[in-house]
Design a protein. Structure first.
Ligand code: SF4
Ligand code: SF4
Length: 469
């Protein structure tokens, strides 16, 4: 039986009422006060020093009014639950322009799962009969008709694989390992799909692309169209059910399969293991199975890394909620979360440090990183629904990369890639935006020392036993 948004909101009632409206979630502080960067949101000032707390919520920064910051939205959820407020077009217009970036969850010392609450609130709003904004209605129509929100033809989903000579992996029946490509990499950032497959091929992996793959449903879980999202989820679960491991190159798809599906499924365990491709590369480096080749073009280039919210902070917040649950209402051990968070956020950085050592890039961190990372502005239905707000947010993130002198801004999500790239061009930030795997493929950096066996890849886990969680 599918859950309704209102049921999800009622499940979260205790969390909603735990919000004390202290508004601490408005600010973020990353603990690197000596880094140069943008201070308060005063526009493109590239040499202002950060000092202590800075505004962190992109929606609050953009719109300014109390209701748009997270605390306002949690108060709206509370009022809906108590019956003091009814859903209306006005309520929708306040709760929709939010990137569901989760910066507020990460800042809240009261551990309120704000993104879960905002998403359930939006779903309940749609169920109450309030029409979605026009642009969200359009993508909802497109995905129902074509199984993707971009209007691409379903039969052209893997056209990029044919163009890149990777056709043999489509419907490769004897593979236990799958690659879920996602709509953005299939129809827009095809370079990322092709780069991921070519790396898998160089590693000698036997993997498959599943022709029945459809949109993961992420935008629809985020904007409250949960019926659409759950229909897509069911199709994907059916299509991928015979695989043992599924890899992703998109942060949003990875989060949706790994964190959303179990919450909305009847049986809360996926029939296969999920893993982002960067986790595989990280483990191969740690196990001395790969290195990188030196490259003259990249040598000396300053490279920084943008943590996608969906692979970074959203998993971190999930770990936090798990630790709280396991603590059985006894003391919440922050050291446990710090250790697990450190291991998690260090994974993409392991690749960048290896690239620094072998290739000669200069890896530099931005001011706001890891759980405090500033969002790229694309998620939560905001790029589709509120493109100006979305690009202005991406530009703030590009400012932060400019502030550390980045030549290349890397990330591990085609959707972040798109938004950061567009803002980079539109606001003339003058960098190059690139996926890490894309960089490895584009410059032919992979130096395979020992091809991993199928068994090795299938058995990889998010936190191998030798790693401290
Ligand atoms: S969500 Fe947390 S940090 Fe934000 S106002 Fe509520 S209690 Fe305070
Ligand atoms: S999820 Fe992000 S944009 Fe939405 S209220 Fe929280 S910090 Fe603001």
């Amino acid at each position: 039986m599918s859950k309704t948004g209102l049921e999800r909101l009622q499940e979260l009632k205790g969390d909603v009422f735990r919000c004390i409206h202290c508004k601490a979630c408005r600010f973020a502080y990353s603990g690197q006060p000596s880094k140069k960067g943008i201070g308060e949101h005063k526009g493109k000032q590239k040499t202002v020093l950060y000092e202590g707390m800075v505004d962190s919520c992109p929606a609050g920064i953009e719109y300014g009014w109390e209701a748009f910051w997270n605390a306002g939205k949690i108060w709206i959820a509370r009022s809906i639950l108590t019956g003091d407020l009814e859903f209306s077009d006005q309520v929708r217009d306040v709760i929709m322009p939010c990137i569901t970036c989760g910066m507020c969850s990460a800042q809240c010392e009261n551990k309120v799962p704000t993104v879960d609450i905002i998403e359930a609130l939006r779903a309940a709003c749609v169920e109450a009969g309030i029409p979605m904004i026009d642009k969200h209605q359009l993508v909802d129509r497109l995905v129902k008709e074509l199984n993707n929100p971009y209007g691409g033809k379903p039969e052209e989903r893997f056209e990029w694989a044919k163009e890149a000579g990777l056709e043999k992996y489509i419907n490769n029946k004897d593979a236990k390992i799958g690659y879920y490509v996602g709509c953005t990499a299939s129809y827009r950032q095809k370079n990322i799909a092709a780069a991921t497959c070519k790396i898998f091929e160089k590693l000698g992996m036997n993997f498959t692309l599943i022709p029945e793959e459809v949109c993961c449903g992420s935008p629809f879980f985020r904007v409250g169209a949960v019926d659409t999202a759950q229909d897509l989820m069911k199709k994907n679960l059916e299509a991928f059910k015979n695989l043992e491991k599924v890899f992703f190159s998109c942060a949003g798809c990875y989060r949706t399969f790994s964190l959303d599906y179990p919450k909305w499924m009847d049986d809360d365990e996926l029939p296969f293991e999920t893993m982002h491709a960067f986790e595989l590369i990280t483990q191969l480096i740690k196990d001395n199975k790969i290195k990188f080749k030196a490259n003259k073009e990249l040598k000396g280039k300053t490279v920084t890394y943008h943590d996608p919210c969906h692979t970074g902070r959203h998993f971190y917040v999930e770990f936090e909620q798990q630790i709280i649950e396991e603590s059985n209402n006894l003391m919440f051990d922050i050291r446990k979360l710090n250790e697990k968070g450190h291991t998690w956020f260090d994974k993409p950085r392991t690749i960048l440090r290896q690239l620094e050592k072998d290739v000669g890039i200069k890896f530099t961190e931005m001011y706001r990183i890891k759980e405090n990372s500033m969002c790229c502005g694309a998620g939560g239905g905001v790029r589709a629904g509120y493109p100006d707000f979305s690009l202005r947010t991406a530009s703030l993130r590009c400012d932060e990369a400019n502030a550390v002198g980045a030549d290349i801004l890397t990330t591990e999500c085609p959707f972040c890639w798109r938004n950061l790239s567009d803002a980079n061009e539109l606001y003339e930030h003058g960098m190059e935006v690139m996926g890490i795997l894309e960089m490895i493929d584009k410059y032919d950096l992979l130096d395979v020392q020992e091809k991993p066996s199928e068994d090795y890849v299938v058995k990889l886990t998010r936190f191998p036993p030798e790693e401290k969680e």
